[in-house]
Structures are given as structure tokens and as C-alpha cells.
Write a protein that binds this ligand. Structure first.
Ligand code: PHE
Length: 346
């Protein structure tokens, strides 16, 4: 038994049969084997090569390395020849399609960015969630009752002018603040409660670098036993430091809102170096970012909460203001112009 001779013979037979396969296209009716059949006959599990490999174990040990090498060579030779024949016999793509190179990388799809107001909203939500607050949402189209009356703005109260209102009908309006949600929340939940309520608000104001006809607020409300102004200040100072860093300067100024008593506004120090600083801060260096105060007893009474048992604090902040401070944006109108050069910076 001469394995090396057998290997040569198998190679020669393969060459012969491969030639036959290649010319078969000349005679469509001829019963000739296909490349696939050839591949099975030589490379298959029960093929000619497998039979040769099986003989390896039976030959003298000294001859085995050389025979093995030759066998592998033949195997590689046949594999390559069959691959080439496959390409010739059935070309993979018709002519027209060969112009299409599916391996080319695609055009990059430009990614959007998160709008700065959305980013701030998420950041503030995260800060208050850490403090144990929950998040609620309420309607933008509202009745006088929720936007004004229950918040202690009596009919013809001059404070209604503080927030120039877009009216939809006699009684329907676009909410001027997220404080409407204080009422919705207390109608549906019993104290103790600690919640924040983000949303869009609308005001019929002259548009300027500091004011726009729509903007975003986050309302906060805590109602519990023995709630104090100190807790309110501590909470809001914590918020300011979480947002802007530990060295952030804040100040509280007395203010007035019908639905809180006492009331205050919190300012954050913005700086007074450039002309923009002057314009944005009206020459003070400070920027007001929120209004706050202790919930007025009349508000608690409007939702049947006993002001002798429960006290609360509330605050409402403008998200655009906070974003302006965060990224040094000098004009609130940038948020609404959809200018990609602005938006891509976030
Ligand atoms: N709603 C007030 C505003 O829009 C802000 C505010 C909320 C003030 C809650 C006090 C308490 O300006």
C-alpha cells in the first residue's frame, strides 16, 4: 500500500473531473456532475480525502509526517480549486448589481442633542428625587380656579396682572405658572407630601432677552407637620449647590405671591463683568431663579387641608433662567429659535 501514490492519483482524478465540470456548460443536456457534487465526492465526510486521511494511521510511523503534509496540501489544493470553480460556474452577482458595493460603510447619521431645558429638568428632578420628592405633571390648559382662585388670587386681585394671561375663553386659559399643580396635587393626595411638578407655562409678555411668551418651570410643594421656612431655605440652597457647585452664592429677598406668606425670591450670583452680564442682571450681578414661600392658609383651606394641623412650603423656578446661568447664555430667545449652531453645543 503506497499512500503517497494514492494521494497523487486522487489529485489527478480530481483535476480530470474538474475539467469535465468546467466544460459542461457547452452541452446543456449532458449528465455531468456539478461543482457541488465534486466537492462532496472529494471533501465530504465520506469523500476521497477522508478515505486517504483514514489510511494515515495504518502506515509506518516514519512515513506519517511526509504523507500528512502531502495530504494537507492536496486538500488545500482541492478546496481552492473548488472555490474558484464555484465563482466561475455561478458568478455571485448579475452584471448590473456589481455597481453596488454592499461592503462600503454607510453615510453617518447625524445625532441630535438633548435640549438644554430638558437637560436641566432632568438634573433638577434627579436632585429632588434624592431628597425623597416624587414627580407629578398637570394640565397646561387650565381653569381660573386652578391657576388663580384656589391660589388665593381673588377676582380682580391686582396680582393677576403680574402674570399677563393668554385666555382661550371666558374661563379657560393657558396656565401662567405650574402652581396650578399645587391644587391638583392636594386634591388627590393627603399630606404629608413632598412633590415637584415640571411643565411648560405661558405668559403674554413683551419678548426680550429675559422674557419669552412660553417657558418652563418646576414647581415644588412640601406639606407636613411643623414645616418651617428653614427647611425651605436649606432645600433650595442644597439645590443651588448641587446645580452650580459648592461655592455658589445665593440670596433670599422678600417678595410677594398671593399663595405664599411669607414669600421670597432666591437669586444666584451671575457676575458683572461683561455687557451681557449687565443686561441679563439689570446691572445687579444677581439673577432671580425662583419664587418661594410658606403655603398660604387660604390655599390649604381651598383643598380642605387644615392649616392648624399642616404647614407647607412651595417654590417655583424658571428652567430657562437656570440653564442661562449654567451655560452663560445671554438671551432666552435662543432656546426657541431652533438654531442648530446653538443646539449642537449641548
Ligand atoms: N408661581 C410663581 C411664579 O410663577 C412662583 C412661585 C411658586 C412662588 C411657588 C412661590 C411659590 O412666579
Amino acid at each position: 500500500m503506497d499512500l503517497l501514490a494514492d494521494i497523487e492519483q486522487v489529485r489527478a482524478e480530481f483535476d480530470r473531473r474538474l475539467e469535465a465540470v468546467k466544460v459542461r456548460t457547452a452541452d446543456q443536456n449532458a449528465d455531468v456532475e456539478t461543482v457541488e457534487q465534486l466537492s462532496i465526492a472529494f471533501l465530504g465526510r465520506k469523500g476521497r480525502l477522508a478515505a486517504l486521511f483514514a489510511q494515515l494511521g495504518a502506515i509506518p510511523t516514519e512515513e506519517r509526517p511526509e504523507a500528512g503534509r502531502q495530504l494537507n496540501q492536496v486538500k488545500e489544493y482541492i478546496q481552492t480549486a473548488i472555490k474558484a470553480a464555484e465563482g466561475e460556474v455561478r458568478p455571485e452577482k448579475p452584471e448590473e448589481e456589481s455597481l453596488l458595493d454592499l461592503t462600503l460603510p454607510g453615510d453617518p447619521i447625524p445625532l441630535g442633542t438633548i435640549h438644554p431645558v430638558t437637560r436641566i429638568e432632568k438634573q433638577i428632578k434627579d436632585i429632588f428625587l434624592r431628597l425623597g420628592f416624587s414627580v407629578l405633571y398637570g394640565p397646561e390648559v387650565e381653569t381660573e380656579f386652578y391657576n388663580f382662585e384656589a391660589l388665593n388670587f381673588k377676582q380682580d386681585h391686582p396680582a393677576r396682572d403680574m402674570q399677563d394671561t393668554f385666555y382661550i375663553s371666558e374661563d379657560l386659559l393657558l396656565r401662567t405658572h405650574t402652581s396650578n399643580n399645587q391644587i391638583h396635587a392636594m386634591q388627590h393626595m393627603q399630606p404629608p407630601l413632598r412633590i415637584i411638578m415640571p411643565g411648560r407655562v405661558y405668559r403674554n409678555e413683551a419678548i426680550s432677552a429675559r422674557a419669552y411668551c412660553t417657558f418652563h418651570q418646576i414647581e415644588g410643594l412640601a406639606v407636613d407637620r411643623n414645616i418651617s421656612m428653614a427647611e425651605l431655605k436649606g432645600t433650595l440652597q442644597y439645590l443651588a449647590r448641587e446645580l452650580y457647585g459648592p461655592d455658589t452664592r445665593t440670596r433670599f429677598r422678600p417678595s410677594y405671591f398671593p399663595f405664599t406668606e411669607p414669600s421670597a425670591e432666591m437669586d444666584i450670583y451671575w457676575g458683572l463683568e461683561t455687557e451681557t452680564d449687565y443686561r441679563v442682571t439689570k446691572g445687579t450681578g444677581w439673577l432671580e431663579i425662583l419664587g418661594c414661600g410658606m403655603v398660604h392658609p387660604n390655599v390649604l383651606r381651598a383643598v380642605d387641608v387644615d392649616p392648624l394641623e399642616w404647614t407647607g412650603y412651595a417654590f417655583g423656578m424658571g428652567l430657562e433662567r437656570i440653564a442661562m446661568l449654567m451655560w452663560g447664555i445671554g438671551d432666552i430667545r435662543y432656546f426657541y429659535e431652533g438654531d442648530l449652531r446653538f443646539l449642537r453645543q449641548f
